[in-house]
Write a protein that binds this ligand. Structure first.
Ligand code: SDX
Length: 432
């Protein structure tokens, strides 16, 4: 889809009036094209946090924050979570259409045949302390892929871009699972070609050489759904990081490593880990009012983790699916009345009635329930964001491919509003 001119915006600044094109896409807000603003007025736009800035044109994911709508290539997240599966969603995000049976079989074959890591990379893990955070390991190991897979780092070669994309989708579960195994001192488990994507990840995490490990199909389906929910999300902070890194023609492995680093922050993908830690700290429903008060207190840096979103000013559609998944998994594990779930549900109920949250349109986001599900599956909190990164890799690489193949792509280089010192002469230290 390409943009269409919808009209013009008139701007008068310093007594000069200019016309700026207004461009429209297929759905969602139109944009005012300010690419010639500086040349015509000597002014920059100013938008820290990019609350009103479209940094690119994209066909991949659409979010309507007011309606609580999320579409991957036009398909709603609710339908995909219910009717599709993660590897089919990967195909959809990467190539723009749902695959037919032959296309799915071929894609699944490519991914299955790239799940192993270069054997020397096991040494790379051993350079880390056992208590290293899995996200620190993921950033290092993914960045190091460029040192092992030189035949897919030339971003100007379409075939190499394709191979790098398949490699990233295929290897992330192995990289994440091995980060977990390394942190608990257990041997690495190799991927198996007879298991589907989610089951393979669960098997690499939880099986041990001493006995056969059977992946519970309900757990595998829940993991698959979690991956689908996290696969892509428009131009969020980590995706924007991947795009900006990619705009310098950096190799795809370096770009994904940059995305992982950004996702780690508790304001972004690290919120699932922070949210479960918060629920544990609250402990019992009677302590919720104390934390609600802290979240509202401007002098207290505490925020309700898993609540609020830059775009969603309605319920995050992913959180609804995740809440349902939480019920299924907790029931399977036999802890459907877990204190953590009770605290989460009571916290949500109270917050959604509190004027502070209602006025600011703060709703549970995807991270509010994901930690509860992953905890019930047996993952430590330190693995939550690594699982988010594993799932989001397809979105990152799809957005990177879209950017790299755009003939108008240029290096991203924002400007600034300078408020520092004017030019001044150097003063010798004896005279300061
Ligand atoms: C993800 O962008 C994406 O798409 C991200 C993501 C993805 O899939 O890629 O969806 C994944 O990152 C989800 C968000 C996970 N983060 C958290 O759950 C951390 C807690 N949430 C917040 O830190 C916050 O809501 C953000 C970072 C998510 C959004 O921040 P914004 O858009 O910059 O909002 P803001 O900080 O300007 O807040 C607006 C107001 C402020 O109060 P006032 O100054 O108006 O009085 O709402 C308040 C904030 O203090 N507020 C909160 C709050 N979130 C916002 N107050 C208490 N608790 C919170 N969680």
């Amino acid at each position: 889809m390409t943009e269409t001119k919808q009209g013009t915006a008139t701007l008068t600044v310093d007594g000069k009036t200019i016309e700026l094109p207004v461009l429209g896409g297929s759905v969602g807000p139109a944009v005012i094209d300010v690419r010639k603003l500086y040349a015509q007025t000597g002014h920059f736009t100013f938008d820290p946090g990019f609350t009103s800035t479209a940094a690119c044109e994209s066909d991949i994911t659409y979010i309507d924050g007011d309606a609580g709508q999320l579409l991957y290539r036009g398909y709603s997240i609710d339908e995909l979570a219910e009717k599709s599966h993660f590897l089919e969603v990967c195909y959809l995000l990467l190539y723009g259409e749902l695959p037919d049976e032959a296309q799915m079989k071929e894609f699944e074959g490519h991914v299955t045949n790239h799940t192993m890591l270069h054997e020397q990379m096991t040494n790379f893990y051993r350079g880390f302390r056992r208590d290293a955070h899995p996200m620190a390991i993921m950033v290092g190991v993914v960045g190091a892929l460029a040192a092992f897979y030189h035949d897919s780092t030339d971003i100007n070669d379409e075939m190499q871009r394709e191979i790098a994309s398949i490699r990233m989708v295929a290897k992330m579960p192995t990289i994440a699972a091995w980060a977990y195994k390394y942190s608990i001192g257990q041997p690495f488990v190799y991927p198996r070609n007879d298991l589907d994507y989610a089951a393979n990840f669960m098997h690499m995490c939880f099986s041990v050489p001493c006995e056969e490990y059977k992946v519970d199909p309900i757990m595998a389906r829940a993991m698959d759904r979690i991956m689908t929910l996290h696969a892509d999300h428009e131009q969020n902070a980590s995706t924007s990081t991947v795009r900006l890194a990619g705009s310098s023609d950096a190799n795809p492995f370096a770009c994904i490593a940059a995305g992982i680093a950004c996702l780690w922050g508790p304001a972004h993908g690290g919120a699932n880990e922070a949210c479960l830690n918060m629920l544990r700290e609250i402990g019992t429903p009677d302590r919720i009012p104390e934390y609600i008060a802290r979240a509202k207190d401007k002098n207290d840096p505490f925020r309700l983790m898993g609540f609020g979103h830059r775009v969603y000013k309605n319920y995050d559609p992913r959180a609804k699916v995740m809440q349902e998944t939480a019920r299924e998994v907790l029931e399977l594990v036999g802890v459907e009345n877990s204190p953590i779930l009770q605290v989460a549900q009571e916290l949500e109920r109270i917050a959604l009635e509190d004027p502070y949250f209602v006025e600011r349109k703060l709703y549970p986001n995807v991270d509010f329930y994901s930690g509860i599900v992953l905890n019930a599956m047996g993952f430590p909190t330190s693995m939550f964001t690594a699982i988010f990164a594993m799932s989001r890799t397809v979105g990152w690489i799809g957005q990177w491919k879209e950017m790299i193949s755009d003939p108008n792509q240029r290096i991203g280089r924002p400007r600034q509003l300078y408020t520092g010192a004017n030019e001044r002469a150097y003063v010798d230290v004896a005279k300061r």
